[in-house]
Write a protein that binds this ligand. Sequence first.
Ligand code: AHM
Ligand code: MG
Length: 341
Amino acid sequence: MSSQTPFPAKLITLERHIIEGERSHPGATGEFSGLLHGMSLAAKLVWREVTKAGLVNILGRTDRMNISGDVIKKLDEFADQTIYKAMDHLGHLCVMASEENEDLLHIPENYPNGKYVLLYDPLDGSGNIDANVTIGTIFSVYRRVTASGPGTMEDVLQQGNQQVAAGYVLFGSSMMFVYSTGHGVHGFTLDPSVGEFLLSHENIQMPRKGTIYSVNEGNEGRWAPAMQRYIRYLKEEDKETGRPYSSRYVGSLVADVHRTMLYGGIYCYPGDTKNPNGKLRLMYENNPLAYLVEAAGGASTNGEKRTLDIQPTSLHERAPLFIGSAEDMRIAQEFLHGKRT
Ligand code: AHM
Ligand code: MG
């Protein structure tokens, strides 16, 4: 018999990767497999709708109703509810919270409460949908801190360093699922012909330093002088340090951070005179991305302290975000702390 396996050596599905990851941890209960599988199913359902986004009018739908009389949901509402419904009955979660909902999302009474907490941004960058620009879903998993029953605010308001898994899904020219359970960051690309995510980016390691910066420079006039000086520094000519850096800004955080992970460099959403804490949400955006970037060898702060060490005090609080390659983050901190001018 041939020693060849029926599959190409590289064909590793997301499911297989998760199961093998769990097997390497004695005592694992398989709950993570269920949880991440639920997220990947939700992602595929959202992708199906995202790919139809431009066809809404052609298919005879109006703004409010589809042809069967159902109210058409905005894509971000659809994504929000699809993720909730894909996860509410699995028995792994005790509570969820999403960027789209003011309050906690409780598990329906007829389903069991589990030991994990799920936080998510259902459709990050949704302002980009109509221009066919990459958008995505970001998620974050914590272990509950209360003993049993329905999850509470205490279970949700944990520091990012307590995350046990995080990930994002990119709806771009292809669809990707990127996740970490603390042991490396792994990326999977959907093969639409079989409907499976296949391992395409194993153990992503960020370059120690890049030559790209990513920031909404339209806000420059509102930044603190230290922030203005840092960006000016990146634009100065200096061959040795690879300056001037290139500027890239998609305006979908998930896409900007994904590029930063692969190519290196820095992404900033600082506070400014109008929005002292910037725009991004600590629990749904900054923390999961900081967890992933750190697992890939990068770093993240709010300008003062490590993102993952910020104690959240409310569900939707915002925090400035600086995230990227270790060396770029070191230099940014020097400017922000006034050690360089
Ligand atoms: P959202 O689309 O989930 O509300 O997230 C906010 C988005 C981020 O994806 C993106 O990085 C940022 O807003 C862009 O903001 P701005 O237009 O101020 O640059
Ligand atoms: Mg967002």
